[in-house]
Design a protein around this ligand. Structure first.
Ligand SMILES: C[S@@+](CC[C@H](N)C(=O)[O-])C[C@H]1O[C@@H](n2cnc3c(N)ncnc32)[C@H](O)[C@@H]1O
Length: 234
């Protein structure tokens, strides 16, 4: 029963259910709890879903310490509502923050399971918020839209810090990292596409990590654990 509901839900998102389910590592399962699409880690007794309207994740989405710096990094002088492409949507936290700050946000997520979790959260948000669409989400590699369209800002948050066994890794992050393991490829093409389609490129990096581009950032905004490398390109 549950599996057929999950398959129905995936079909609603124009995904091919069997292909999507095949992408899950053996110990991860997709489930529908009510209207919430969830990835469950049976070995670790952990689960992951996205929620913009209630619970800890919604709170973090609004309160997380990097928020102010992210918004500042993406700000465009003399323009209230810049068009941002969040090219690496993930759990959608940064895209949601940017939208809440007034940006017009399009987001791309290439992993079909992550896309399905995020689209499910956006649909629930739309119902909870009386039809408010937080941002447009596309299930594709960002390179596709970057080849077609320019953006005021392209924002990249391409990788999680290396997987660690420490308790610091938040439980939901642990499940997401497991889901994404082995898929983190293709940075070069993404960087190239982003540079040619962005007026401004903002890249989130762990605080001590090397920059992703050979050219020096125009400026950097430093947080405690991460920083934003900003490249003014046009
Ligand atoms: C670190 S997560 C992003 C987290 C996100 N900033 C948030 O606030 O939740 C990176 C995501 O980017 C996706 N990704 C990586 N390269 C991509 C590409 N070229 N096009 C689209 N999505 C990509 C991965 O599948 C992963 O879900």
């Amino acid at each position: 029963m549950s599996e057929s509901l999950v398959k129905y839900c995936l079909q609603q998102f124009n995904l091919e259910p069997d292909k999507v389910l095949n992408l899950l590592p053996d110990d991860l399962k997709l489930r529908l709890s009510g209207d919430i699409l969830t990835v469950e880690d049976e070995q670790q007794n952990l689960s992951l879903h996205i929620d913009f309207d209630s619970g800890a994740m919604a709170h973090r989405a609004r309160q997380h310490p990097g928020a102010e710096k992210l918004i500042k990094a993406c700000k465009i002088q003399g323009k209230a509502e810049g068009q941002v492409l969040d090219a690496t949507a993930g759990m959608g936290r940064d895209a949601f923050l940017l939208q809440q700050a007034g940006f017009q946000v399009t987001a791309t997520e290439r992993h079909p399971v992550v896309y399905a979790l995020l689209q499910n959260a956006l649909d629930r948000h739309r119902i909870a918020a009386n039809g408010h669409v937080a941002f447009e989400l596309l299930n594709q590699s960002a390179e596709v839209i970057l080849a077609e369209k320019r953006f005021d800002v392209v924002y990249l948050d391409p990788m999680f810090p290396n997987r660690s066994k420490s308790a610091q890794v938040k439980k939901d992050m642990f499940v997401l990292q497991k889901l994404l393991q082995g898929t983190e490829t293709g940075m070069e093409s993404l960087l190239k596409a982003a540079q040619s389609a962005a007026n401004k490129l903002v890249i989130k990096r762990p605080i001590k990590a090397v920059a992703l581009l050979a050219t020096k950032p125009t400026y950097q905004l430093l947080g405690k654990t991460c920083r934003f490398d900003v490249y003014q390109l046009a």
